[in-house]
Design a protein around this ligand. Structure first.
Ligand SMILES: Nc1ncnc2c1ncn2[C@@H]1O[C@H](COP(=O)(O)OP(=O)(O)OP(=O)(O)O)[C@@H](O)[C@H]1O
Ligand SMILES: [Mg+2]
Length: 269
């Protein structure tokens, strides 16, 4: 039963992560205290990459679950399956993580229905237990187990808030896009684009981020800047790369596209 192949969840090579502040130390302290963590911040700012890096650094297996509103408690905890010999229990990802002492990362957790999310409560307080009600088993979490959840605050609707009783089981770390020099360093590293071009891409992102709340839900993310950099490395002219990787994905509003395209032309034209 406990002979789950944990090796498959190991992070093999060091995921590149450029620290922005003391987040690595904070995470290490939280992990040493086995404190469950919320990572919040806008899309494409490095939350998932950070968790991958920390799992590697702490030498823990990482089990990631992309949450959605149709997810049930059974999808997390496990269920009986029918096979030729009758029924067989199959652990869900949360149960596997608790058994093997993985870091369990629930991405986009606010998408999950609240009645589903309560299954994590007993694992994220002093009990560190997971009851498998249907199976009649109480799983004590492995001492190395840690729960991490993430979401993008801001543009979700009110009924997609985490309950206080969920929130208050976690410590939280807020992420944002890094300072321009650091973000340019990341973009250059991840895309291979020259530092001067990376710096211009970051400037473009800042212009769009200033429009947040004025017609844009979110500005251009670090992830999109890396896409643009990769197109430039492929030989696409920078202005065209920016339209394809930065502007068209961001908005369908023609006026907003014009505004952003004009900014591209002043930067790269
Ligand atoms: N500090 C950083 N160090 C290294 N790479 C980074 C950093 N921040 C962002 N990145 C890069 O940006 C990309 C997007 O980051 P990531 O996928 O972690 O975002 P996210 O915050 O999880 O977004 P989402 O909320 O949409 O899932 C990564 O693939 C990585 O290349
Ligand atoms: Mg992510």
């Amino acid at each position: 039963m406990s002979e789950i192949d944990a090796a498959q969840y190991r992070v093999a090579a060091m995921p590149y992560y450029r620290p922005v502040g003391n987040e690595t130390e904070l995470y290490e302290a939280a992990y040493a205290a086995r404190m469950p963590l919320i990572l919040k911040g806008p899309t494409g700012c490095g939350k998932s990459r950070f968790v991958e890096h920390m799992a590697w650094r702490l030498d823990r297996p990482l089990i990631t679950v992309a949450c959605n509103e149709d997810m049930t408690a059974a999808d997390l905890v496990g269920r009986f399956l029918l096979d030729l010999n009758g029924t067989r229990w199959q652990d869900g990802p949360l149960t596997v993580a608790a058994r093997i002492g993985a870091i369990c990362y629930l991405d986009e957790v606010v998408e999950t229905r609240q009645d589903t999310l309560v299954v994590i409560h007993s694992l994220t307080d002093h009990r560190r237990m997971l009851p498998l009600d249907k199976k009649g088993e109480l799983v004590a979490a492995h001492p190395d187990f840690q729960m991490v959840i993430s979401y993008n605050p801001g543009y979700q609707s009110l009924n997609k808030e985490l309950k206080p009783s969920t929130r208050q089981r976690f410590g939280a770390m807020a992420f944002d896009y890094p300072l321009p020099e650091i973000e340019a360093e990341i973009v250059a590293h991840e895309s291979g684009v020259a530092p001067a071009q990376a710096a211009k891409l970051v400037q473009m992102a800042h212009r769009s981020r200033n429009l947040k709340g004025h017609g844009l839900d979110e500005g251009i993310s670090t992830r999109l800047l890396i896409y643009a950099g990769r197109l430039i490395v492929q030989g696409i002219p920078p202005a065209e790369a920016c339209r394809m990787a930065l502007v068209r994905p961001l908005t369908d509003d023609p006026d907003m596209q014009d505004t952003l395209d004009a900014a591209i032309d002043t930067l790269f034209g």
